[in-house]
Design a binder for this molecule. Structure first.
Ligand SMILES: [Zn+2]
Length: 456
């Protein structure tokens, strides 16, 4: 039974949301702050939805939780989700507030929480999810997340044992989470262009976590992602209940094997990191209880959120906004590789300095040297424009990567940098932006589109 204090906090939070809405803003954060102030154990007291799913991990959690929410909604469920990525405690509390009516009763069929992996200790024990979906753990911002092993210990300690855990077998660190809980694994099986030796600048987990012997990769995709075995103690990647066997980018299909059954799903995006996101969503839907045919239908109706990737073509030139997380060298290097391998002549604008961070602190800049700028050292990348307060650091890194200086331009203003793109003889213009810079990247895109429409 919820306390009087809980009900006061709920009403105050809902009122604040109404006021914020009237002011024309979203209110994804403040209602949660108010509820927490008035009732510190609000999350623990709040009634749960019949289905509660939490999604966490270093990369991909926003995309996965958005796609999962889309699928649940399209299947007819009423769902509340912190879609916009407000994924620390106030954002998750606002999510709970939205799932309740004014009297404190749950009014939805399901809640999907994107949970910041570092904040999971303050969220998972109280939300008490039925399912925890983990995309993987990688090296991330040193200042915010320290080391992946630290994040592992936070999730492992604070996720309730009762949650069924859905894990990426191709990512060794997170696949060892919650050994005493119910666990299922997904992954992508051997593909023609896989490697067997680490080749990226960052390759964590090269040694066996049990005995310290060098691990052998049956296949290695990027960084430490792949299928692994220890030649000394026998530790190996978990068996995958949900295994992607064939990726067909021409026909845009994805074949998944479960036991003896193979099912062909629509492929929603060609970038490997988004294929992992799709495999994660399919696995979660199957675990929740949807039949393969239903999942096929649902997957056919969804697409990667615009805030993560979108394209517009004007007069033969395609302008693409693609998320490239600042301070996350693993995630951004995979975006770099995807961009570099796209067809045509490409111009790239980097707008990856964290807008919110720059107001209050100085981020460790070593991450720029972990980024694979080498991906852009190729003939069909004709221009690299480094923008933002750290544009000169990015330029130095481009030069170290061997990119000819005449291809590199700098501008401390991201929006002004949009005017520096040479549009003649270019097929694709990429704006690579940090999560916090999405609004600004839209402004940059509009400027480029206007120039294309005017034929400049
Ligand atoms: Zn070993």
């Amino acid at each position: 039974m919820a306390s009087f204090r809980f009900h006061v906090a709920l009403v105050a939070a809902k009122l604040s949301k109404t006021v914020i809405r009237l002011l024309g803003r979203n209110g994804t954060h403040t209602p949660g702050v108010i509820a927490q102030k008035l009732c510190p154990d609000f999350l623990a007291q709040a009634p749960k939805a019949p289905l509660a799913i939490c999604v966490t991990g270093t990369n991909g959690k926003t995309t996965v939780s958005n796609l999962l929410t889309d699928c649940l909604e399209k299947s007819g469920k009423s769902v509340v989700s912190n879609r916009t990525g407000s994924n620390i405690v106030p954002g998750c509390m606002t999510n709970v507030i939205n799932s309740l009516n004014w009297t404190g009763k749950c009014r939805v069929d399901a809640t999907v929480f994107e949970v910041d992996e570092r904040a999971s200790r303050l969220i998972l024990p109280y939300v008490n999810p039925d399912y925890l979906v983990v995309t993987g753990l990688f090296r991330d911002s040193l200042k915010r997340n320290a080391h992946p092993d630290y994040i592992f210990s936070v999730i492992d300690t604070y996720c309730p044992d009762s949650a069924k855990v859905i894990l990426n077998a191709d990512e060794l660190c997170s696949s060892m989470l919650k050994k005493n809980s119910q666990r299922v694994f997904y992954g992508i099986g051997a593909q023609p262009d896989d490697k067997t030796e680490p080749y990226n600048l960052i390759a964590d987990y090269q040694l066996c976590p049990e005995c310290g012997t060098k691990l052998k990769y049956n296949y290695l995709r990027y960084h430490h992602i792949g299928d692994v075995v220890c030649p000394n103690c026998g530790l190996h990647s978990a068996d995958k209940k949900y295994l992607a066997t064939e990726i067909n980018r021409e026909n845009m299909t994805l074949t998944m094997r479960e036991g003896d059954t193979e099912t062909v799903y629509p492929l929603i995006h060609t970038a490997l990191f988004n294929i992992y996101n799709e495999v994660t969503v399919i696995s979660a839907l199957r675990e929740i209880g949807y039949q393969q045919e239903q999942v096929q239908e649902l997957i056919a109706q969804i697409h990667v959120p615009d805030s993560r990737h979108n394209e517009t073509t004007v007069n033969g030139v395609t302008v693409i906004q693609a998320l490239s997380k600042g301070q996350s060298a693993v995630s951004s290097s995979r975006t770099f590789e995807y961009v570099a391998n796209e067809e045509g002549r490409k111009a790239v604008i980097l707008a990856m300095d964290d807008l919110s961070d720059r107001k209050k602190s100085i981020e460790y800049s070593g991450w720029i040297y972990d980024l694979e700028f080498e991906q852009f050292n190729r003939d069909d990348v004709v221009q690299v424009i480094c923008s933002g307060p750290r544009c000169y650091d990015h330029k130095v890194r481009c030069l170290i990567a061997g990119i000819p200086e005449e291809k590199i331009q700098v501008n401390t203003s991201e929006v002004a940098a949009a005017d520096m793109v040479t549009l003649d003889g270019v097929d694709r213009v990429y704006i690579l932006y940090d999560c916090e810079n999405y609004g600004m990247s839209c402004e940059m895109k509009q400027k480029i589109i206007k120039r294309l429409e005017e034929g400049k």
